[in-house]
Write a protein that binds this ligand. Structure first.
Ligand SMILES: Nc1ncnc2c1ncn2[C@@H]1O[C@H](COP(=O)(O)OP(=O)(O)OP(=O)(O)O)[C@@H](O)[C@H]1O
Length: 198
C-alpha cells in the first residue's frame, strides 16, 4: 500500500524484493571511468586504487600508495573471445590429459568477475569446460570402451559390476534419460505457451 508524503510515495507495509530492486546500469554508465585496471602488453596488468580511496590510503601507510604492476603468463583483455581464451590457456592442458597427464583448472575472482561465464559460458558461446569435453570426446572416438561393466568411484577409482548390477545401472540410466526428455518436453511446452500469451 502507498501513501504520499511531500509528493513522494512512501511505502507502508511489508517490503518486497520488487520494491527495492533497481536497475543501476544507467547510474554506473554515467560515472567517469577511472582506469583502475589497465592491461599493459600480453602479460602485465596495472592496478590503481579508485580516486575515492586515495585519501584513505594516504592516512593508512600499510596500503599500497601507488599503482601496482602484476605479471602473468598471459593476460586476455575484455575483447578476447571464449575461443581465444580456450586456445591460449586450456587447450594445451587438455592435450596433456589425453596423453595421460593430470591437470587442474580453476577460476578465481570476486563475485561477478566472470568465472562462471568463462568456465561454462552460455549455450551459444561455450566456455572452457564444454570446449575441453568436446576436444576430449572427439579425440577418443573409436577408442571407447563399449561394455557397461565399470563404474567410476570418487575421482580416480572404479569398480567392476556384476551382471545384476549392470542391469540395475542400465535401467537407472534409461530412467534418467527418459526423465530428461520429459523435462525438455515440458519446458519446451511452457516456453511455447509463454510465447503465445505474451
Ligand atoms: N566475457 C564476458 N562477456 C560478456 N558477459 C560476461 C563476460 N563475463 C561475465 N559476463 C557477465 O557478467 C555477469 C557475471 O558473470 P559470472 O556469473 O560469470 O560471474 P562469477 O564470477 O561467476 O560470479 P559469482 O562468483 O557471483 O558466481 C553475468 O551476467 C555474465 O553473463
Amino acid at each position: 500500500m502507498d501513501s504520499s508524503l511531500a509528493g513522494r510515495p512512501e511505502r507502508v507495509g511489508p517490503v518486497e524484493v520488487g520494491d527495492i530492486k533497481k536497475d543501476l546500469l544507467a547510474e554506473f554508465s554515467a560515472m567517469p571511468t577511472q582506469d583502475c585496471v589497465t592491461i599493459e602488453g600480453p602479460d602485465t596488468v596495472v592496478l590503481k586504487p579508485p580516486r575515492s580511496c586515495q585519501s584513505n590510503r594516504q592516512s593508512d601507510k600499510s596500503l599500497p600508495q601507488t599503482a601496482q604492476r602484476f605479471t602473468f603468463t598471459q593476460v586476455f583483455g575484455p575483447e578476447a573471445s571464449q575461443r581465444k581464451v580456450f586456445e591460449g590457456s586450456v587447450r594445451g592442458l587438455v592435450r596433456d590429459v589425453l596423453q595421460g597427464g593430470n591437470c587442474l583448472v580453476f577460476t578465481y575472482g570476486v563475485t561477478n568477475a566472470g568465472k562462471t561465464f568463462t568456465f561454462l559460458g552460455p549455450d551459444h558461446d561455450s566456455g572452457l569446460l564444454p570446449r575441453s569435453l568436446s576436444v576430449i570426446f572427439n579425440s577418443i572416438e573409436g577408442r571407447l570402451y563399449g561394455r557397461c561393466d565399470l563404474k567410476p568411484q570418487r575421482c580416480r577409482d572404479f569398480s567392476r559390476l556384476t551382471p545384476d548390477q549392470q542391469a540395475t545401472e542400465s535401467s537407472s540410466k534409461r530412467n534418467l534419460l527418459r526423465m530428461l526428455k520429459e523435462v525438455r518436453r515440458v519446458t519446451g511446452s511452457v516456453a511455447a505457451w509463454c510465447e503465445r500469451v505474451r
